[in-house]
Write a protein that binds this ligand. Sequence first.
Ligand code: 3HC
Ligand code: NAI
Length: 696
Amino acid sequence: MTATIQVKDGIAVITVDKPPVNSMSLAARQGIVAGMEQALADASVKAIVLTGKGKSFCAGAEIKEFNTPAAFAEPSLATVIEMIENASKPVVAAINGTTMGGGLELALGCHYRVAVAGAQIALPEVKLGILPGAGGTQRLPRVVGVELALNMIVSGTPIPSEKLAKTALFNKMVEGDVVEGAIAFAKTIADTKPLPKIRDIRIDFPLYEGFFSFARNTVRAVAKNYPAPLKCVDCVEAAVTKRFDDGIAFERAAFLELVTSPESKALRHAFFGERAASKIPDVPEDTPIRAIKSAAVIGAGTMGGGIAMNFANAGIPVKILELKQEALDKGLATVRKNYENTLKKGKLTQEKFDERVGLITGTTSYDDIKDADIVVEAVFEEMGVKETVFKKLDEVMKPGAILASNTSTLDVDQIADFTKRPQDVIGTHFFSPANVMKLLEIVRGKKTGKDVLATTMGLSKKLKKTGVVSGVCDGFIGNRMIEQYSRQAGFLLEEGALPEQVDKAVEKFGFAMGPFRMGDLAGNDIGWAIRKRRYVEKPNMTYSQTADRLCEMGRYGQKTGAGWYDYKPGNRAAIPNQQVNDMIVAESKRLGIERRKITDEEIVQRLVFALVNEGAQILDEGIAARASDIDMVYLTGYGFPLYRGGPMCYADTFGLQKVVMRMEQFGKARDGARQGKSWVPAPLLAKLAAEGKTFS
Ligand code: 3HC
Ligand code: NAI
């Protein structure tokens, strides 16, 4: 049963019971209709209370049903709302908790609403690339005013119910049991005639033209590649300018257009992808987890300081260990400066500043960290240094402490075997800057305990990170894939493109930054060091050597004031450099490559499909559990455009057969053979394409 009905003292209480958030699935809609029919037919019932079981009143439409027959099957949400609004007996919504999207629209269809404080109220559809499609854009402005409604609809941000208490949205705020409060309220209005309907409220907003023109300009400037926000403005304007039923029809048409858009598909993919990533297939959800009440970080360098800030931001006391006092002081000073900058920008209160800075302390003695529940190692990327540190940690840390490594390339299994407790060892690969970037790759060693994995995943949520589990391999999910992307970027230079064209094409596609601007930011010397290793380890893997020439010129990137581009002091704007471009042309000549004009389309496809092919290989090897995990890595750690849903989702949308076809064309092209196996489709990709299937 997705809705239950109980009748007592002339009041029928219909409770939606669709765990976990009472979304409006077809069955839930049918449940409400059945409850309404029973209550309307029962002569003893004078009024009806509608509520939700658990912590939600209703979190909105059932997103999984979108674009399936169930979404359009009757009773639709609009039909349910119409039935409630036109009911002959008063219907009171008892807002017991989260009320979002279609859930708020359902409440707006009721004649009255009573709420408890602390319920999150929102029309968050825009975050899924759609807009409220069951009357929300027409009814909300009628009760909270046009301006507030527009803000809520365009931003999707939840507002706690008590902050809306003064609007006409709620007829009453109740303390304690909201259903009891709603029943008591229902008794006071049971005989009211005619019943109040939000649709009948007239909006008086004479200055609407100027208001909406301003709103449109503001929204257009930030919405860029997302069509939904501007459509939200159109719909709220329709609430002001059109008759109610015409406004509803206008909203419906806009909703139907958006719900099938690739942007909405991508945003919904990301919504479910984020939640799926936290589920580890062979680790049951009820796996006991270890308490993390204190932490330690080894190394106060670039990453160590940022990692420590994450713990402090989550209220977890953390000690940073360095071997030398000077390095410790420097690291702590950087952390303090970071917090001071945030304080200056007004993004942190003095109280929070004091609290966070106070939670981070330094030490040069292992004795001071031995009781920490988790220790994250962030020392130099050398196996010998990691060995010394992990042997020491094994010796001093209390039993049950989690020993984590932030290594970006080294073998976590080998690191685990430096200890006598490999089950407690795990990789926690934070991204730089660690206090800002959302991605946390959780690297699961062969011997990592399931409870350690579950605890680290839980910790990632506490640290407000998107945790994605990766198996052990060179580069894990993200960096292993980016290597193929970077290789293509290098080949494109040799074949005829220049850094600026490549970066602009990729940025136009939606990446936050093109590969060369990214290289300049991260430091081209890092890739150089990795390639030097690769030339020995993988002699059959071809690379463009333009990036090596660049480093030989001393152009490491922003840190040396020059990389693929020039940089003026204190300015991150990338200025193309003639010497670099000459060097690239000279490399083509050296290789005997006749430079050609390369289209932006080819640039984007070669970079993105190189990611897709390696992603497919990673999936096949079980390094990632699901395609959406790979997408989450790219959306949260590599600036892949959210509205394209990540590389694997993009490939699905593009069509895997077409992807494979393009890859084959790239392989057969004049310079394709130089790229080795780059364009041989990974077996999984070839199989899915041949079967007409997708990754998701
Ligand atoms: N439809 C289907 N499933 C939903 C859902 C929805 N509307 N909202 C949440 N869920 C699922 C999640 O996928 C998750 O499933 P899982 O356990 O299988 O992973 C489960 O419910 C719990 O969700 P969270 O992990 O996010 O739980 P939280 O307690 O952290 O957050 C929440 C709860 C605030 C309700 C959050 O889930 C949320 O923001 N949900 C989306 C709300 C939303 O966007 N509503 C609008 C839907 S579109 C609509 O209503 C169209 C209408 O205008 C016609
Ligand atoms: P870093 O060079 O900035 O900092 C390393 C710190 O460790 C230094 O302060 C050093 O004094 C200290 N240290 C060295 N040996 C030590 C020891 N035995 N005991 C205690 N402290 C010691 O290096 P960074 O960039 O912070 O990298 C640290 C780790 O994080 C590496 O494994 C790196 O691969 C990884 N990583 C780095 C990223 C980056 O963008 N910098 C991104 C993701 C991971």
